[in-house]
Design a protein. Sequence first.
Length: 151
Amino acid sequence: MILLSNESELVSSNEKKIILTNQRIHMTDREWGNTYSITMFLEDISSIERRYNSNMLFLVLGIVAALFSFYFYEFDVDKAAERFSLIAMIFFVLYWITRKHIVSITSHGGKSLNFETAGLPEPEIQKFLKNVQEAKSQRMDQLRNMSSSHI
């Protein structure tokens, strides 16, 4: 990312994939051989969302397999109960593996900047989001001061 003439970098995260400046937030990422980037001016940010996404089908199949396992244990069909227990554990592990903690920063009517926070500790995520909100607040104050001085 090339900074504008009156722009300075405030913080970066996720190995410089996300850069917060005093005017913009920029993300560059690579997935499956495709590179993409998105830049959003701070004054255009309308919301910041944190959420967990996961494949709920794995959870449902795990619960169903566990119920079958309990059913077969009740009627002393040990082989089937063991198999369904193993299947249930596999589905629960798949569910856990597919869980992703995602932060989404959305602009007014525009595209969202979405990134996973895998491996980042919770205090670091909170600090980054606080920095984004403070930078936006300062940017809005700066724009208000510029517009009132031109009147």
